[in-house]
Design a protein around this ligand. Sequence first.
Ligand code: AMP
Ligand code: GLY
Length: 613
Amino acid sequence: MNILILGCGAREDIIREKLLANSANSAKRVFVETLSKQETIEFIANNSIELVIPSSEHYLCNGYTDHINKNAPECKVFGPSLLQSHLEANKNYSKILMKTHRLPNADYTFFQTKNQCSDYFNNYNVDPNKIVLKYSGLAKGKGVYLPNENNINSCIENVYNHGSEGVLIEERLFGTEVSIMAFCNGTHAYLMPQSQDFKRKCDNDLGLNTGGMGSICPVNILSLEECEQVNEYMNKIVTHTNYIGVLYAGIMKTSDGIQFLEFNCRFGDPEAQTLLNLLESNLLAIMLKCINQESLELVWKNEYASCVIYSNESYPEFAYPLSKLTYKNNLDKKIRIYKGSLTDNNESNGGRILSVVSNSSVSQYDSLINVYNNIHKIKFPGSYYRRDIGLNYLLQTKPRKYMPMAIMATNNGTSIGTLLENRETRNAIKIIFTNNTNGSIIQTALRYKIPLLVIDTKQINYESLTNILRQFRVKLLLLSGYMRIVPKILFDDFLTVNIHPSLLPLYANKMDLEVHRSVLEDKRKFSGCTIHEVTDNVDEGRILLQKQINIEHITSPEQLKSEIQTQEKQAIYEFVELINASNGIEHKYEVNIEEANNFVSELKTKLPAIGGF
Ligand code: AMP
Ligand code: GLY
């Protein structure tokens, strides 16, 4: 069977991969092309195409399905007709359908002209903070504005600049968003696992809206009951419209229950890159069954997938110069790369260059770590990616219990501030080591009644230290400003992590102000900090968490240091939450209590002034 996919992004790349994957027994060719309607018909004839998948909204909302059905009737098409695609292309139509079928959704009013819209604001004293402005037509995910009293006029101006299809003013909803996609066979919506995409350009959901900067799947935002409700509502829409293809519902879980935000008539991008990586069933068979209006059974892998978009730093604002990109060198086997705005010669020609994806059978966090420890190996001038994909979702799960941990600090322990402020994480700190008799870390330990051991780093006996840690059943050892190499005996036994004031591997082996000076000299737009595992190679252990901030406003290394320190506190706190909420790393060790006790008595006699242990 010869198949044509219409589209050109990473989503189309994974659809292609999935269609080829189950084809061992049959000769099959899969083409991915961007074609006009006329060219499509010619392509079908010239290449004996039997199935076309118009994958992006561009094709679906421009009536390619109808055009192919009419002009190449032998060829099957997986995707909705022009009329059905209005669910995405015409938000006013979509809202009318939602209201007709009583789907929970925000109240709204439609305004064809800018004047009508402005009048409404002026005459009815509308609070801009309580509404959203939404262009009714297609806007590549950039047609929604959340105004406030200061920018309402420019938002009205901008939303009408998208085109002439009018604008919706919608009640603003608050809650957690989730993407639910379904394979539809004309009468039923067969739901896929819940997924989440991250639309803003920058970490912490700051910056401009984009087509999507990453995704995770599965998420567990809607309960089973809520999923069943969603299924019933989507069935109504599918039956009413005889919808065939993928139907995407953007849903917000609010304090009043689920609310439908929007429909799209296709796979989400970048949700498809995680979702399809979890699909066990044969994608081609599913598509054909949908077209034939047969019922489906979907099987999904019991795994987790994460996708991070490797993009151009200037995305989504500016034009992108052609640049050569090197990748596939030393990437982990678990990593899958899908090409977005990349030519066959590996030159980038757009904003979202690659989708970097990893599956894990262990945890979502584990799959994210896989991605983040490989994506930095891809080399491209002016590259950018978010470092916090999935983080907020994972942090919503509170650990049931915390593994005992120890801190080794040479400085004042500034970076463990947030850890200490929170009772649960503070209680998990079983002992603090320091070699600094003047630092405020000593007061901190006394205040919170945390055992403190002052050690002389020059004479330290790490074997004894290890035994003390074992006595306290420590599993996690956190180095805070401990700018020394620690021996294998520690990191073999305990998950030992350090925090570095840069986005490693950038500026590895540099310390403190030296890092910040170099960052500024290099005119970087972003910097941050990295929590990484401690191994034999200094600053080269696995990246476990990064915090990234925009630093374009910063002028001095001191100022940068202070901003990064704020990030460090947050990073350490979040890391401890994360590692405890996900499947932590097990460590097995033996306890030698006698030796540990001897070591403590010896130290007591050596350090009478502290006497604090
Ligand atoms: P849409 O294209 O309708 O999915 O809108 C894009 C994004 O705008 C959504 O993912 C939401 O973050 C936001 N959004 C859309 N409608 C609303 C609403 N009624 N209230 C709050 N946020 C919204
Ligand atoms: N990821 C959202 C979309 O594809 O519209």
